[in-house]
Design a protein around this ligand. Sequence first.
Ligand SMILES: [Zn+2]
Length: 264
Amino acid sequence: MLIDSHVNLHGEKYEEDLPEVLQRAREAGVGAMLAISDRLSSQAAIQAISNKHDNIWHSVGVHPHHAKDYSDLTAAQLIELAEQSGAIGIGECGLDLYYEYSELKDQQPVFQAHIEAAQTTQLPLIIHTRRADEYTQAMLTEASAAQPLPLLMHCYTSGKVLAEKALELGAYVSFSGILTFKKADDVREIAQMVPLERLLVETDCPYLAPVPHRGRRCEPAHVVHVAEKLAEIKGVSPEEMGQVTTDNFFRLFTRADRAQVAAI
Ligand SMILES: [Zn+2]
């Protein structure tokens, strides 16, 4: 059994066939998933999906791409949204200097609001960081020194130093289909380094379809290929990887109820 810890199901990509997508996930052994918020304007749609399905939880947050549209976001707003049933995490949030759709100076205060919301609620902070290692490390280190908070580095593609620092702060690290990409040796190297008990798997669907689906729309069922690759890297069986990453998910997301996982 697997849990896809990062899915984006509310967009138009699944408008026509979401029930079939979820059925295929179940047939592939995906017992639960976490629907990720990218901005507050999507929150109602995400919550509707999460509330309709026992085995789909959701998060509350603003992706760094959209930070410029949420310059007055407060921790209090996030905390209030996190009281909804089915909400189990804060994010995705963080810093992205690769696309830089929002400027760093706009991204930082929005990330900080999420950090504070996670500190208050003690819900895991789901972090997106791309080409921003030093800035991300600085903010997480400062925050954790003030008050420890549960951390998840999602779809990890950043450097070794940030990974080491995040692990030191107690972070979990999630890998996506990028693990299966031919040129992703650096990502596989990080995966090798992360202890088994800190690993999670995700698709980040509809993006980043793993080999052999690369280039097509990704869906939660494809997390099987991510877990297989991760198992190969860590030298364990795919079944063990499923068990370990599922246990890790519930250790991190304490508000998620294991009884809600779909019978596979
Ligand atoms: Zn992301």
